[in-house]
Unconditional design. Sequence first.
Length: 43
Amino acid sequence: MQRHFPNTQLVIDKFHVIKHLLDALQQVRKQLKTQYINQKQFL
């Protein structure tokens, strides 16, 4: 980005950081739930 826009300043806001963290956590939760259900079917 600096190559194309040399005067650009990187800005990080709390809302989007938390949103990305929660999205990642949700994805992991769904994967674990699927793994648990699949393992339970084989027992």
